[in-house]
Design a protein around this ligand. Structure first.
Ligand code: NAD
Length: 477
């Protein structure tokens, strides 16, 4: 039983003012495996004050000094990857392939911030003026449970690269990952106060970050509902806001596709991160005249997808993160049945042979339409919906008929045609015949999927404001 008692403020692990203890679970067994003591508003204010105090000094550091600090962070995180992997499997239940990726991703995000900082143009000319990109102040960084360590490292590395200091409010459900990241970052020896980490509830620590005038910018990854709330709450103190929110991403299978060849991509995208991925391809758009063929190949392929113990090497889908999340997914499966969609695979309840753990059967609905709730709402579990279409124009229309716009996939043989379709889909990123991730490219969404972009120069730019500097003509600048 792990007890995590401290939060991290001004370069030290300290006991929070908050008194509440929060249970941590192993979602594969449903057992309580630890407890974390949560901070409160007072702790958040203390962390914000520490970040404010050091901001003037950090914002004036040189590019070289920041790169050196980020390199130390990178080394420190890499050194703790084995511990991080154990925490991700135990506390979150990611299956082995995914947990390996999630373990290495935090260091990769720091590396991309170093790359972006190395070539970032902080100063440029605009006519007679000089434009100086200026860090906005203290950033409040709020992360979800579905890749907590990666989101902490990405947001923090980018904020620090820009010259901002930070207060991090990680997901309260991922405290074991947070603890390892905090210990590693402490080892990196950054100036006290440059980053602070306050475990706590969204409605306490998160709300304090949202309303405190000492926070100049919020970078949030999580649900669209909380993102919308932060946008309006932050407006009272005119905060800059970057939001990475939910998705209902389309996988468009064109009618020249080899269904057998593309099926691993279809299922890989849909069941990504046990279905608990904002970018999961959960709406599968299939040409109507080849629907029966697609269904047959999908049925055969999904029979080999294993949902179960994340520690077994052949497991593809691990448990849902919490009982609440399991109930939510089960409820959506019931909704799909009530709406009249046909079950091609899976359904309610645990996979055969599993009595405990928040496991879900890999589930595929077919013969659905895009008006159904299972086609419109983010389920955040391994539940996919096949929607037939007649021609490319209708496929594009269905793909775009959604409140979301985070990601999309186009699959087909004719690459020019795939690209034509891809360019017409309203999403922050569209992949053609691949699931590859490019960490140097901008990431974010259209519509309710978010606001602004992370990664690369676009990510750093989101923590800066341009300042125009004009010197009287004739005088040297
Ligand atoms: P969530 O919105 O419930 O919580 C996210 C974070 O916000 C947590 O740290 C939580 O404590 C905090 N929070 C909750 N209420 C708050 C408030 N009133 N003020 C401030 N902070 C508050 O989301 P979740 O359930 O942890 O994560 C799942 C969601 O995240 C899904 O909708 C998923 O699509 C989204 N997500 C998006 C991306 C992306 O990059 N676009 C990536 C991963 C997850």
């Amino acid at each position: 039983m792990q007890r995590i008692e401290h939060i991290y403020i001004n370069g030290e692990f300290v006991t929070p003012h908050g008194q509440e203890w929060f249970d941590l679970y192993n979602p594969s067994t449903e057992a309580v495996i630890g407890q974390v003591r949560l901070g409160d508003e007072q702790d958040a204010r203390r962390a914000i004050a520490a970040a404010q105090a050091v901001f003037p000094a950090w914002s004036r550091t040189t590019r070289e000094e920041r790169i050196e600090a980020l390199r130390r962070m990178h080394r420190a995180i890499v050194a703790r990857e084995d511990d991080l992997m154990e925490a991700i499997v135990t506390e979150y239940g990611a299956p082995s392939v995914r947990s390996r990726w999630m373990t290495e991703y935090p260091a990769q995000t720091i590396a991309q911030a170093i790359d972006a900082l190395d070539s970032f143009e902080f100063e440029e000319r605009a006519g007679a003026a000089h434009v100086v990109m200026t860090p906005v102040g203290v950033a409040g960084l709020i992360t979800p449970w579905n890749s907590n360590a990666g989101f902490i490292c990405n947001k923090l590395a980018t904020a620090l690269a820009a010259g901002c200091t930070a207060v991090i409010k990680p997901s309260e459900m991922s405290a074991m990952q947070t603890q390892i990241v905090a210990e590693a970052l402490h080892e990196a020896g950054l100036p006290p106060g440059v980053f602070n980490i306050v475990n706590g509830r969204g409605d306490m620590v998160g709300e304090e970050i949202a309303r405190n005038p000492g926070i100049a910018k919020i970078s949030f990854t999580g649900s669209s509902a909380v993102g919308q709330h932060l946008l309006s709450a932050g407006s009272a103190t005119m905060k800059r806001v970057t939001l990475e929110l939910g998705g209902k991403s389309p996988t468009v299978v064109l009618d020249d596709a080899d269904f057998g060849a593309v099926m691993p991509l279809v299922l890989g995208a849909g069941f990504l991160n046990s279905g608990q991925a904002c970018i999961a391809g959960t709406r599968i758009l299939v040409p109507r005249h080849r629907l029966a063929e697609f269904e047959q190949i999908a049925r055969e392929a999904v029979a080999h997808v294993k949902s179960g113990d994340p520690r077994e090497a052949d497991t593809d889908i691990g448990p849902m993160v919490s009982h609440r999340q399991w109930e939510r997914v089960q409820n959506y499966i019931r909704i799909g049945i009530e709406e009249g969609a046909a079950l091609l695979a899976g359904g309610e309840g645990r996979p055969d042979g599993l009595q405990a753990g928040w496991f879900v059967k890999p589930t595929i609905f077919t013969n659905a339409n895009n008006r159904m709730r299972i086609a419109r709402e983010e389920i955040f579990g391994p539940v996919l919906t096949i929607i037939p279409y007649s021609d490319d124009a209708e496929a594009i229309a269905i793909a775009n008929d959604t409140n979301y716009g985070l990601s999309a996939i186009v699959l087909g043989k004719d690459i020019k045609r795939c690209e034509r379709v891809a360019r017409q889909i309203d999403a922050g990123r569209v992949l053609v015949n691949t699931l590859a991730h490019e960490p140097r490219a901008p990431f974010g969404g259209f519509k309710y999927s978010g606001l602004g972009r992370e990664m690369g120069k676009w990510g750093i730019g989101a923590y800066l404001e341009p300042k125009t500097l004009m010197v009287a003509s004739g005088q040297v600048q």
